[in-house]
Design a protein around this ligand. Structure first.
Ligand SMILES: [Zn+2]
Length: 252
């Protein structure tokens, strides 16, 4: 059995158009939202092993804010700080499961030099040659330098589709937000949880049945929504940028 701890590693500022598809005018697309950037610490109760799901943005919020939407990141939100606060040395993390390769989920890997980093093959393939509209998310706009994920390219291991990663952890391929997005299904003593990545920024996407404003295929997106529902009503969703995740895990 595993436990899940949500680590608040940054605060992002989005307009609601990025949170809910702009086709939904009623969703008030100009609203400004402050949302958390979350890394998830999984701990095996039997062995004490730790696995990290996502790693947050870079350590420099000014740099990130130049390339992306505004980012706030205090010294208490630095990945190495939050891990040590949980009693975990960053160097001891040997496994990271990335929901996808967007900058706000993968950049923090550089703090984890000994980790193997598991991503879907379709995600890695798309990340090296995305359409122009998605280049910023992988930091490929500036062609004078390699994209950020080349810093940990040698650590990457690819997986293909739905995969039983280990006892109690399954990787569920959920394309739509990006071609190789994956959710992480985790068995805990309190039941099953799905770390959704950005398939859902928050439960509004679920309740309103509306994708985020960042998508590579709406056909894939809605097929992934159906796939999540098919996992069963007992599965609790932990969304990619939702403060409620902290309460859900605290109260679980
Ligand atoms: Zn994100």
């Amino acid at each position: 059995m595993w436990t899940i701890k949500a680590l608040n590693v940054a605060t992002l500022t989005l307009t609601r158009v990025a949170s809910i598809s702009k086709v939904a005018i009623a969703a008030n697309p100009g609203e400004i939202l402050k949302v958390p950037d979350i890394a998830w610490l999984l701990t095996c109760e039997e062995t004490g092993k730790h696995i990290l799901v996502d790693a947050g943005p870079s350590e420099d919020p000014l740099r990130d804010s130049q390339y992306h939407s505004p980012v706030e990141k205090t010294s208490e939100q630095q990945l190495d700080y939050v891990l040590k606060k949980e009693g975990v040395q960053p160097e001891s993390i040997d496994t990271v499961l990335l929901t996808h390769l967007h900058w706000d989920h993968g950049y923090g890997i550089y703090k984890l030099p000994n980790a193997k980093v598991y991503v879907q093959r379709d995600e890695l393939q798309y990340a090296v040659a995305p359409f122009t509209v998605h280049k910023g998310a992988y930091e490929l706009n500036d062609t004078s330098k390699p994209p950020y994920f080349f810093k940990f390219f040698h650590q990457i291991k690819v997986v293909d589709g739905d995969t039983k990663f280990c006892e109690g952890i399954n990787l569920i391929k959920l394309p739509g937000h990006s071609p190789g997005s994956q959710g992480i299904l985790v068995q805990t003593r309190k039941g099953r949880y799905l770390i959704t990545g950005d398939l859902y920024y928050n439960m509004d996407n679920y309740r309103e049945d509306l994708p985020t404003g960042v998508y590579t295929s709406l056909y894939d997106y809605y097929a992934s929504y159906d796939k999540v529902k098919s996992l069963g009503k007992d599965v609790t969703l932990l969304c990619g940028h939702d403060y409620n995740a902290f309460d859900i895990l605290k109260n679980s």
